[in-house]
Design a protein around this ligand. Sequence first.
Ligand code: CU
Length: 202
Amino acid sequence: MNTDPLKKKWANAIQTIADLSKGDPIHVDPLEKRWAYVILAIASLFVAIIMIDALVHDINPPSHVETIDSARLHLSKEFAEDNLGVQVDGNGNVTVRIVAGRYGFYPKQVTVPSGTPLKFRWVSMDVLHGIHLPMTNMNTMILPGYVAELKTDFPKPGNYPLLCNEYCGMGHDHMWGSITVVAKEHWTAPVTTASKGDSDHE
Ligand SMILES: [Cu+2]
């Protein structure tokens, strides 16, 4: 078999590459260059938006890792029935504890003050659930075995529907509740009865 034409082809190709790599630097069309700047600007804008959301608006993925025995929530000190809902501690910090379970939120409705830092602690008693309140930073999965803790602040009074946003079974569509936000001056702290202590788990 005569391989000469093939050898010649290869030699030519190598010569062309060698010619290209010396001499002129890579030529970039001005239009292409302009588009490269546009893309850089778009990427920078996205990074800036993420940074502003994280640092100014405090929108972050929940990084709080705390485990709990989901099967024994009713026996735990913190998530026993009497402790659910809104509580105010001695320093005036407001904590809301809600249990998600097929198919509802317990309690189904909570009333919180506007313009106040609130700490929400969510737990699941069975499977994966999730909540998302549009226009707030309240967006988390509620994994069985973990406490999903979120800090938020509702600037204005209003009613926020609470919908489970993780498919959890046949009754998922009926899994809802609500958060009522009332003006700070019209809000009265719930009367606390049971022992409020902190979590009795790691
Ligand atoms: Cu659900």
